[in-house]
Write a protein of this length. Structure first.
Length: 96
């Protein structure tokens, strides 16, 4: 098997580590684009979104965003919404 075919196979079978985070700030953020910790966020009227290629824990990503924009009314990772307790812990880090 040619080397390029082996490399292509390795790249196709490699797991994807990127996660998509979505959030609904309680108040509209002052900026529409910003970096919170290691995530570049984009915010619209529909909410904020980032795709993070690092293996950062979702709770850390949520807390970093809450410190940047204030309390969140919702937060999800790859479509899985934070439970009320997780969101409450995240919002404990929110700026006031």
């Amino acid at each position: 098997m040619p080397r390029f075919a082996i490399l292509a196979l390795a790249l196709v079978s490699a797991p994807a580590f990127a996660a998509t985070f979505q959030a609904a700030p309680a108040a509209r953020p002052a900026q529409t684009q910003f970096v919170a910790r290691d995530s570049a966020w984009r915010c619209t009227d529909a909410g904020c979104v980032t795709t993070n290629a690092t293996l950062t824990r979702p709770a850390i990503v949520c807390a970093a965003l809450a410190r940047q924009v204030g309390a969140l009314s919702a937060f999800s990772v790859d479509g899985r919404a934070f439970a009320a307790e997780e969101l409450q812990a995240c919002n404990a880090r929110a700026r006031h």
